[in-house]
Structures are given as C-alpha cells and as structure tokens.
Design a binder for this molecule. Sequence first.
Ligand SMILES: *[C@@H]1O[C@H](CO)[C@@H](O)[C@H](O)[C@H]1NC(C)=O
Ligand SMILES: *[C@@H]1O[C@H](CO)[C@@H](O)[C@H](O)[C@H]1NC(C)=O
Ligand SMILES: *[C@@H]1O[C@H](CO)[C@@H](O)[C@H](O)[C@H]1NC(C)=O
Ligand SMILES: *[C@@H]1O[C@H](CO)[C@@H](O)[C@H](O)[C@H]1NC(C)=O
Ligand SMILES: *[C@@H]1O[C@H](CO)[C@@H](O)[C@H](O)[C@H]1NC(C)=O
Ligand SMILES: *[C@@H]1O[C@H](CO)[C@@H](O)[C@H](O)[C@H]1NC(C)=O
Length: 532
Amino acid sequence: MEMSAVFLHLLMAAFGTLVLHMLKFKATADQTPCIPRKFDQDSIVCVCNATYCDYQGIEGGGLLFTYYNTFMTTRDGLRMQRDIGSFDDGVKPNKYIFSVGNETKQTIIGFGGAFTDAAVLTMNSLSADARRNLINSYYDQQGIEYNLGRIPMASCDFSTHIYSYDDVDGDLKLENFKLADEDIKYKIPAILDAIKVSKRNVSLFGSPWSSPAWMKTNGNMTGKGQIKGSPGGEYFKAWANYFVKFIQAYKAQGINIWGLTAQNEPSDGMISGFAFQCLGWTPELQRDFISQDLGPALEANGLGDVKLMILDDQRVFLPYWAETVLNDPNAAKYVSGIAVHWYEDLVVPTSALDRTYKKFGNNYFILNTEACEQDIINKNRSVLLGNWYRGERYFTDIVQDLKHGVAGWVDWNLALNMQGGPNWENNRADSPVIVNADKGEFYKQPMFYAMGHFSKFVRPGSKVISHVDNLPGSSDLQVIFVEREDNSIVANMVNINDQEVYNITITDSMVPGYLNYQIPPKSFVTFIWYRK
Ligand SMILES: *[C@@H]1O[C@H](CO)[C@@H](O)[C@H](O)[C@H]1NC(C)=O
Ligand SMILES: *[C@@H]1O[C@H](CO)[C@@H](O)[C@H](O)[C@H]1NC(C)=O
Ligand SMILES: *[C@@H]1O[C@H](CO)[C@@H](O)[C@H](O)[C@H]1NC(C)=O
Ligand SMILES: *[C@@H]1O[C@H](CO)[C@@H](O)[C@H](O)[C@H]1NC(C)=O
Ligand SMILES: *[C@@H]1O[C@H](CO)[C@@H](O)[C@H](O)[C@H]1NC(C)=O
Ligand SMILES: *[C@@H]1O[C@H](CO)[C@@H](O)[C@H](O)[C@H]1NC(C)=O
C-alpha cells in the first residue's frame, strides 16, 4: 500500500464520513455530464456537438481496499454516473445475496462497433470538431474505450452503392484490386483517428459480404450464389487472395488487421433472391475453402497470425457449424475463433453456445460480431431516439453471452443518420449514436451506455468469474462478474423491473464486510472494487 493510502486509511478511521464525502467529490470531478434531450421515447439521449460532449472520465486507480465505485445508468436519466461507497461491517445482508465465486472462465477480448460506409459517411456529415467528439466518445480514455472494430470488406447494405475491390470481369490474378473511395476517404481516416486516441490496442477485423460478382455463380453481388467451381479451383484461390490483398492494402495505409471472418452471414447467400450483398456457404464448403485456399494463402503471405473466425452468423447454426469445420485438423489449424450474431437470440437458447464452448472453448474463442435494433415491419421507425428497452436488450444480451462463453461483443454501425441509414437497400436500423447533420449534433442513446458499462470496465484480458446467488429462477436482476488483470472485480447488473427497487448484498471472500446496495428500477449498475 502506498503511503498516501495508509494515511487515508488512518483518516478514514478518524473522520470516516467526511473522507467518504471528499472521495465522492473527487470521484465525479472528471466526468463531463450528459446534456439530456427527450424525444418521443421513455428515456433521454445525451446531446453532443462541436464544442460539448459528455465524457465518463478516467476509471481506475485510487480506490482503497474495502471501497467500491459504482457507475449508474437509469431510464430516469443518469448516464454512467460515478459514486463511491464502502463495504459495511457486520450489517445484516439483504434478501438478494451475490457471492463472488472462485472459478474463472473465458478471457475477455473486448467490445466495439463497425466502421461501415454508413457509419463513416455519417460521421463526416459533422464538423471536424463534432466528428472528433463522436470518435472520442467511443475510443478515447475519457469515453467508453472500445478496443475492437469491424471493417466490411467493400460494400454491404449499409453502403450507398454496390461495389467490390475488383469489378473487372475475370481478373483472376486480381491485377485491378483497389480499395474504394469509401476506404481511402472515410473508413481509414476514421479508424486511424480511433487508434490515435485509444489507450488500448485497437483490434480490427475484416468481413466480406460478397465476392466480386464475376466470381459468383449467379454473376451478381446480391442474391443466392456461391464462389464458382470448387475449393482448390481458380475462383476459390482468387477469392482467398482477395483477403490477402485487403490486409496488405490496409497495412499500406498504416492499419494492421488483427482478424478476419471467413464470410458475413454465409447462410444469406443460400437464400433465393436475398436482397443485398451475400455469398453462400455450407459449413462443409467453408471448411474446405479454409483448409485448401484461405488458410494456405494467409500463411504463404506471412499472415498466419491473423485471427481467422468461422460462422459469423446466428447461433442457431451451433454447434454443428463449429464441429464441421473444427473437427477437420487441416481446417482447424488456421482457425482462432467462432463469430456469432445476435439476431435470433430471443428464440435460440444459450445452450447452443454452451455446447460449443464446452467442446471448443479451450482452443477457440467465441465473439459476438454483429447486433442492431430495427423495426422490421416499418423501417422508417427504426430509429427510436431515447428508447430504453433497446439499451436494455443490448445489456441483457451481453450478460447472457458472457455467461455462456462469449469473449466479447461487437455492435453494428458506430453511427447512422436520423433515418437509420444510409442503406442502399433501405434496410435501415438504429444505432447507439444518431447524427443530426442539419443541427451539427449527435445523440448518444441508451444503447451507447449499455455498451459502455462493458467496454469501459470489462477490460480486455479480464476473465469471467463464477458467482452464486439466491435469485429465483427467472429474475428482474441479471448480473455478470469478471476479474480484471489488476486484481479488481467488476459486477455488471441490470434491473429490468419498472418499479421495484432491489436491495442486494454482494460478498467477496477476499474482502471483509458486505456491499449493500439498492438497485433502482430500469437501471444498469457497474460495481468495481479491488481485492487489496
Ligand atoms: C453545443 O452544446 C452546448 C451544450 O449543450 C451548448 O451550450 C452550445 O450552444 C452548443 N453549440 C451549438 C453550436 O449549438
Ligand atoms: C472454491 O470455492 C468452493 C466453494 O466455496 C470451495 O469448496 C473450494 O475449495 C474453492 N476452491 C479454491 C481453489 O479456492
Ligand atoms: C499492446 O500490445 C503490445 C504488444 O502486444 C503490448 O506490449 C502492450 O502491453 C499492449 N498495450 C495494452 C494497453 O494492452
Ligand atoms: C443483380 O440483382 C438485382 C436484384 O437483386 C438486379 O436488380 C440486378 O439487375 C442484378 N444485376 C445483374 C448484373 O444481374
Ligand atoms: C415510411 O415508409 C413507408 C414505406 O416503407 C412509406 O410509405 C412512408 O411514406 C414512410 N413514412 C415516412 C414518414 O417516411
Ligand atoms: C430497501 O432498503 C431501504 C433502505 O434501507 C428500505 O427502506 C426498504 O424498505 C428496503 N426494501 C426492501 C424491499 O427490503
């Protein structure tokens, strides 16, 4: 313990309440408050512009043993507001008791969002200063500190038009491979800005939606189709080299690509008439492409350490997809992880993840690589400014995923415009950040702070840790505990109840006393304490 900490401890003994008051003041001093605005939803957005934005401050350090920080977000309007408390001595525990266990599970990779064309074009509709506030909100140490970023390889539905990196018919040698204007003018500058402000190592991964049309059986980047021929053939080789060229082209612009998914939603390209860019794969075909083409191409070009992920689609395909690819040692040796999307999580049970984690969790990570909210029926209602339930859905899905072996969670578009676009196919969606270009401002939604409770505090390298509780089977409270590398514990808890205040107690065998707390209705709460 440092001298100053010993001194504070002595002070505490003498003037407990007064010191706690001083610490509380210090705790919130470096947070910049939310400027709230209410639209037609049940909660608020925080308004940022060129000269003002809310920031959550630098977390960590200075917390004494037996003290804890809380960060609170509520439907009523708090946004990751910091406070400090201390473990109570000998106070009778509350009804709901959570005890930190001693079994550590998967290691956290991190949290992030996607640098889609729509996201970066939208950012650039702001002034340089407002755009900086937007990127800093996500990646700066004062913000929510994302450390992951997904990069669509060429166009997807969230582009303004359809293009690939080589639209020259039959160019099997990829002599005309070239990044698009979208990459050079928008995506790469945004990514470089994010890397520059981040205090973490930003890990970036690419995902293709479609190959060039001429490589595809239907000759079109949209609609059902696969790579022409079969694995080992000239089209499959060309498609593997396209990944290599993508990584090399980004490298030439100063960006290291950490990972790849072999295909965004491979099932889309098996659906007749699928409306936007896609490419169809069965697990068997993906396995053979990886073992015969993609794996060897990466290795031959010195890219063997790029983290290759399979699936990148809904969890309903698990564990079969993973078994098919990873039970083949010739494919498995090139693979690092299994990527899942959240779109059917409400109907496909987490047992799909459990079975996959049990079989493969020791050697392969599971990462959620896409999620968003949209109104499927009436797409022009996809943006709901200040909707609490959407934030709650993010939070609860992340808790569920982390409980079932998932190592991190990547959101979809980092930002969108007021209509939930641009999207050439009109497949509009909501985003944690919505930009109002006319007013030169942007809005941080409840979803943004739901992400923030994880991305800021559940640092990469943390491990999910077990706990026991006495909650009834289905409960309004959901919680995940993680142990960080600096010997601190983070508990992230959500109360989905509309009215109920839950009085809870947390115990940790490494810390004397009880952490007693009242969890307000419709709230996200982070607890952080050090184990000495
Ligand atoms: C930016 O936001 C701040 C804080 O709400 C406000 O005082 C200022 O007027 C805004 N600037 C513009 C140009 O709207
Ligand atoms: C973990 O906790 C269980 C139950 O509290 C206990 O029986 C066991 O000895 C502990 N294991 C370690 C390694 O501390
Ligand atoms: C970033 O990565 C480098 C190289 O692996 C490592 O030495 C460094 O500690 C990492 N920094 C952070 C903040 O994790
Ligand atoms: C590709 O498919 C779309 C329908 O999804 C159609 O409008 C377009 O004409 C097709 N393009 C080619 C080159 O066949
Ligand atoms: C919403 O979308 C529908 C069709 O999708 C369209 O008819 C309607 O005009 C749109 N409304 C607004 C306000 O944009
Ligand atoms: C929760 O704690 C508060 C403050 O101690 C108390 O007033 C309230 O009755 C408790 N509620 C329940 C349900 O125990």
